[in-house]
Design a protein around this ligand. Structure first.
Ligand SMILES: [Zn+2]
Ligand SMILES: [Zn+2]
Length: 364
């Protein structure tokens, strides 16, 4: 009898999650099949469920960052490190695939995240094309997908606890060009913000201030390296005074917006010092607009404002290295607030949407 695999499917925006049965794919040369161990559920999945990202070819199997065991491989597959990928190996993979290295964005602008050929597992591959998302018992690794081993000593839960948030945060912290001793505020300490706090602390930042509405998240941010917290329970004016009290009225050298709330972008511009940098990475999907005062918030302040959308292979590769090296020091695995089976995908998603947990994982 032919082997089949179960996968959770978003049939269309707002439609209830379905459980679909998929035939085992025939492996092309250079392809592999993973048996899924963990696939994460993050805010992007909530937004995908609500249809807030354009160009998504529903139906899709969600799940962009996953860890699995290689069940089958066709041909001799190697990682960037030159290590062979064999059956039984525990690996993760870059969800982004098919950036062409042959277009204006890839070759001239040096912005492969804007490559028109770019595809993302769990987001821009359709379930009609097979097992191309992680909320599934198996994931098809198309030829050329960049896999990397979960190294000895790195618990898969530590990597998946960091997950896409860690990869995005690394891109954002790179963009922030933090210097040793710089002060930093992170607006919104969900999965991206928590990792931004951890990475800033590993980068030698000075004052690291986490801003969020959820008290548990602020407490957790302290364990990730935040030196101070500011609660959104305070009115915005008071938050600004508190920021001024922490920075000799100058504002922060760097502010990373990781909340996904349009208002947080405006607040980040208030919190940053003159000549500082604001990195906006919380708006991967369309969460609406906000009014900005260009004179007071940008021009007069000499603010450097940068957007960070998605990530490149180098961020993913270094994220695995960082999780392996610092996973004992920074409690990424504890980001996982709920573990769910595939048939519980709805509950896994709801737990993230209702902010009962920072992150859920599906264990297929
Ligand atoms: Zn391209
Ligand atoms: Zn994600």
């Amino acid at each position: 009898m032919a082997t089949t695999y179960l996968a959770a499917v978003f049939p269309a925006p707002h439609a209830p999650i379905e459980l679909g049965e998929f035939p085992e794919p025939e492996l092309e040369h250079g392809a592999a099949l993973l048996h899924t161990m963990y696939s994460e559920v993050c805010g992007t999945d909530v937004h995908l469920h609500h249809g807030k990202l354009s160009g998504v070819p529903y139906p899709i199997i969600p799940g962009h960052v996953s860890v699995g065991a290689v069940a089958k491989a066709h041909g001799s597959l190697k990682t960037v490190n030159g290590d062979p990928v064999k059956e039984g190996d525990v690996v993760t993979f870059l969800d982004v695939h098919e950036t062409c290295n042959n277009c204006y964005h890839c070759l001239v602008a040096g912005q492969p995240t804007r490559c028109p050929s770019r595809k993302v597992y769990g987001i821009t591959y359709s379930a009609n094309d097979g097992l191309l998302g992680g909320w599934s018992q198996a994931i098809y690794m198309k030829p050329g997908v960049k896999m990397i081993h979960i190294p000895d000593g790195l618990a898969p839960e530590t990597f998946i606890g960091g997950g896409c948030g860690l990869v995005t945060a690394l891109h954002a912290v790179d963009m922030a060009r933090l210097k040793l001793g710089d002060s930093l505020a992170v607006c919104g300490v969900g999965p991206v913000g928590q990792s931004a706090v951890a990475l800033a602390s590993l980068s030698g930042a000075g004052e690291i201030v986490a801003v969020d509405a959820v008290e548990d998240r602020l407490e957790y941010a302290k364990r990730m390296g935040a030196t101070q917290t500011i609660s959104l329970a305070l009115p915005r004016k008071e938050r600004l005074s508190r920021a001024h009290a922490l920075t000799r009225s100058r504002g922060f050298d760097v502010v990373i917006e990781a909340s996904g709330h349009p208002d947080a972008v405006s607040e980040a511009l208030d919190l940053v010092r003159d000549g500082g940098r604001v990195i906006v990475c919380g708006h991967y999907t369309d969460n609406g607009s906000v009014e900005i005062h260009p004179h007071w918030q940008i021009n007069r302040k000499h603010v450097e404002l940068r957007g960070v959308w998605g990530s490149r292979y180098e961020h993913f590769h270094r994220a695995v290295e960082i999780a392996a090296r610092f996973g004992g020091e920074k409690p990424w695995s504890e980001m996982i607030g709920g573990r769910f089976e595939l048939r519980e995908a709805k509950a896994a998603l709801e737990a993230v949407e209702k902010r009962q947990v920072t992150k859920s994982v599906i264990m297929a």
